[in-house]
Design a protein around this ligand. Sequence first.
Ligand SMILES: [Zn+2]
Length: 338
Amino acid sequence: MNDNKIKCMYFDHRFTGKPQGKQCGWVQKSLTQTDITIENLADALCHGASFKPGVLVGGNKAENWYQQQLFGLDFDNGVMIEDTYNKVISLGITPCFMYTTFSHKEEHHKFRMIFCNDTVITDGNVRDRLQATLMGIIGGIDEVCFNRDRLFFGGKGKVVLHPDFEARINAESIIEKYWNDDFEQYISNAKPKSKKRNSPAASSKSKDKGDTNKEYQPYENLNVKAIKEHDVEYLRKVLAHEPIEFENKNEFWDYIYSELDIAELIDIDDPRSFCCVLHDDRNPSANIFTTQNGVQKYRCCSENLTLNIKQLIEMLGNFKSEYKAIQFIMDIYNLCRA
Ligand SMILES: [Zn+2]
């Protein structure tokens, strides 16, 4: 019981409402690797704390994933708490606890279900398969919760639902019993990035041409292509941005200009110097810098252009109106204004 502590990324600040705008960035920066009992975690989440089930080392992104024992599922499409609980129990999979999120209502249930594996998982492929299997067999889950760097905010429910803190699942037996090739979609959807990924081992059975075809010679920046083609769906997957709501315009624009990462958006490895994505550039003439006010800017020296992220998207996407460009930004980054 005493050494029942589990590692996760955790931030103990107790929010009383869903974190908004800049608060989201603050949470991301404040999460630290923490050993905590499941009981304490459950109680903290019911009182507004935040956590990431995946343990990340050296950064906050999916590529920094190191190990994981806790698994979370996010339900917000109208399924009911009791029905969902009964379903997992009938499948022989027992969660450690459930809790309602900030936006939960009696007439529209929004909640999370947290599982604990019997061992710490250090193999990313096993982690992905388990997450995908849980999502696939239970259903009704927000797909964004697949990601290795997924952040879960707490809620204000105060009461832990269906606590069974000692309950453990076994990744191997769940995958063996329930894996279905259709679940592969969750994994491949979350694994975009036009860059060469560290190991192709992840997709032993991958049927996509994308992975195997290395003949794509002239390096094609898929993010830039997607902006040009207004491909919202692709960019939503690549950016995998947490949904954020803004209460007012200032907060909204502040976030867009200072928090959104231009280098990530246009998939640039070294923002200090790269070939401009706006013109045919053989010698790197572009860079990304941050002004004293904290605004990120895209700079092309050969065309003498300095653009903020909105202007860059307007230009790349050749949008007919500013309104359409803003709508596009909101769509790809999952942002909404109250
Ligand atoms: Zn240029």
